[in-house]
Design a protein around this ligand. Structure first.
Ligand code: PHE
Length: 355
């Protein structure tokens, strides 16, 4: 092969160099342009040529080296771009990550279930403020001023700030009975005129009590209270409604018992137990071997409360009940530590996909 032919042949190969990654580009550089590379070797031979021959092939040789360098630089750029695009482009065939679906909070599930059960016997939901006044939380509910019963529910009072004209009896509601007093005073006129026959409401909501936080107590929790007022409402009506609720919530075989108790706003008052749904009433660790677990407070609305709210206690009577949502959730799901409900630990919350 003449020198010219060798230059031409090498030039053709240099022009056709291909590479798909950095390593291949480097391999090509070594093959052609390193000290022992083919192009460099040709230059070594070139040095030994006569003056005339040097003049004859000089330009072609330089062009060859130039082309090899340019081609390698181009290839280097191309492979770098390819890597970048591959990284930035989404692989549309990739199996997608599972979508993170949130779950309902166990307290929401239980609250909705309580509401659902009572709404089937005509109860509707009433709402009221969490920041309340003394009148609606205590005054209208037959708590005499300075009555020690106010201490039954350690209250968070909201302090008057200096220079503020705010009344001093502002507090965080300790029970949602405060919503009942609002509903009663608001409906009193319609009951008197006959425009409305009855009050039948559920009052769900958050309540606050000044308690040290532990596994069994918290400074806030959730209640659902109920109120039914009409003509000739009896204790038997109350018992029947609560029995229906207990069976719907804890199963057809659930039994209830009512123990005499005391609340300022109901007379007579009772606390309701259900037969332990874990041992079926035989006695176990959960019910402390008694076969019964307490779930709510209830009673006939005290005539003083009706009158204070503007409802004639000689014409109307009613019952009320109140339960803690956490308590019911504890019984249903056997959650031992109350604090879990407000810690928002997804490992806990993910366990409550449905009720
Ligand atoms: N308000 C009471 C409480 O918070 C519960 C209750 C409601 C009791 C209605 C009787 C009647 O403890």
């Amino acid at each position: 092969m003449t020198l010219q032919e060798r230059i031409d042949e090498l030039q053709t190969r240099v022009q056709q160099m291909q590479a798909t990654n950095k390593e291949e580009v480097e391999a090509l550089r070594i093959k052609y342009l390193s000290k022992k590379g083919e192009v460099s070797e040709l230059f070594n031979e070139f040095k030994a040529l006569s003056k005339e021959q040097k003049a004859q092939f000089g330009q072609a040789m330089n062009r060859l080296r130039q082309e090899a360098e340019t081609r390698l630089a181009d290839l280097r750029k191309t492979v770098e771009n390819t890597v970048q695009t591959a990284q930035s482009k989404e692989d549309l065939t990739r199996t997608p990550d599972p979508i993170q679906i949130g779950t309902r909070h166990p307290l929401s599930l239980v609250r909705e279930q309580i509401i659902d059960i009572f709404s089937r016997i005509g109860f509707t939901v009433a709402d009221g403020p969490e920041i309340e006044d003394d009148l609606h939380v205590f005054g209208l509910l037959n708590f005499a001023p300075e009555h020690p019963a106010r201490d039954m529910q350690d209250t968070f009072f909201i302090e008057k700030e200096e220079g503020e004209q705010q009344p001093t009896d502002v507090l965080l509601r300790t029970h949602t009975s405060s919503v009942q007093t609002r509903v009663m005073t608001e409906a009193a006129e319609r009951l008197r005129s006959g425009e409305q026959q009855a009050i039948r409401v559920l009052c769900p909501g958050r309540v606050y009590r000044n308690e040290a936080i532990s596994a069994r107590a918290h400074c806030f929790f959730h209640q659902v209270e109920g109120l039914y007022i009409a003509r000739n409402v009896s204790f038997a009506d109350l018992r029947q409604a609560l029995l229906y609720f207990a069976k719907e919530m804890f199963g057809e075989n659930t039994k209830i018992r009512l123990r005499p108790s005391y609340f300022p706003f109901t007379e007579p008052s009772a606390e309701m137990d259900i037969s332990c749904h874990i041992c079926g009433g035989k006695g176990c660790g959960f019910c402390k071997q008694t076969g019964w677990v307490e779930i709510l407070g209830c009673g006939m609305v005290d005539p003083n409360v009706l009158d204070a709210c503007g409802i004639d206690s000689k014409e109307f009577s009613g019952y009320a009940f109140g339960m803690g949502v956490e308590r019911i959730a504890n019984l249903k799901y056997r959650v031992k530590d109350l604090r879990l409900f407000s810690e928002n630990d997804v490992r806990f919350l993910n366990q409550f996909v449905s009720c």
